[in-house]
Design a binder for this molecule. Structure first.
Ligand code: ZN
Length: 238
């Protein structure tokens, strides 16, 4: 119901054919062009998913207000909620800096940006009632080609992992925006649950958990330790 290519039924069939349990997580945000944008539309989204045997997720933008407006009865109908840093607040800037914009003001070097990025992630973890942080290593387009060590220091990684641990938010190993192993291992070693996500939008992508599974195994995460809303519960029910 946002930017995915498949109907609910097509998604379920394609994902099951891979031997994976299906889960839908559309964009629920006023700041994504094709998305579920209002509380009333969130209600319709959940109404549409409920008849199906599928996990009912939803991906909310930290910089958007929709997640703050959700009444408790609607929040409780999700099996799990995801929070995303699709844009970061920059002190003094008129609007948040989007991960999808092609240029970043030149006074914002990668090191300067990463400080702001971590401040945003820490606030997201502390304030947002979500179960999973989506694609924790998604960055603005100009920085994506830089080497991991030019962006992520031990100190920044520690801050992210600590914030997630404290808030009991799982770390998504996204197949779309792939995290580096050192950070995934740090999260797992600290006791942050890992969540496997295809971030699929097409028939070829949905339910493709090859990379996330391999990464989880590489850092020593046992299958039972992976985040499962049906086992570990969602924050809305706690
Ligand atoms: Zn996202």
């Amino acid at each position: 119901m946002s930017d995915g290519a498949l109907s609910i039924e097509e998604l379920i069939d394609a994902v099951r054919a891979r031997g994976v349990r299906p889960s839908v997580a559309d964009h629920l945000s006023t700041d994504v062009s094709q998305a579920v944008k209002t509380v009333e539309e969130v209600r319709e989204y959940l109404d549409a998913l409920e008849p199906w045997d599928v996990a009912r997720g939803g991906e909310f933008c930290w910089h958007d207000s929709l997640w703050r407006e959700l009444p408790d009865d609607l929040a409780a109908r999700f099996t799990h909620r995801l929070g995303s840093l699709h844009a970061a607040h920059i002190p003094g800037a008129r609007r948040p800096l989007s991960m999808f914009q092609r240029d970043v003001p030149k006074e914002i070097s990668p090191a300067v940006y990463m400080e702001f990025h971590l401040e945003n992630l820490e606030r997201l973890a502390a304030e947002m009632p979500v179960d999973i942080l989506s694609h924790p290593t998604l960055l603005p387009i100009p920085f994506r080609e830089l080497a991991v060590d030019e962006l992520w220091t031990d100190a920044l990684e520690e801050r992210l992992v600590e914030a997630l641990f404290r808030a009991e938010i799982a770390f998504e190993i996204s197949n779309r925006y792939r995290p580096h192993e050192r950070l995934v291992k740090r999260a797992h070693d600290r006791g942050v649950r890992l969540s496997l996500g295809s971030d699929g939008h097409t028939r070829e992508q949905v339910g493709d958990l090859g990379f996330p599974l391999e990464m989880a195994a590489r850092v020593g995460a046992a299958a039972e330790s992976l985040f499962d809303p049906f086992v570990h519960g969602t924050r809305a029910a706690r």
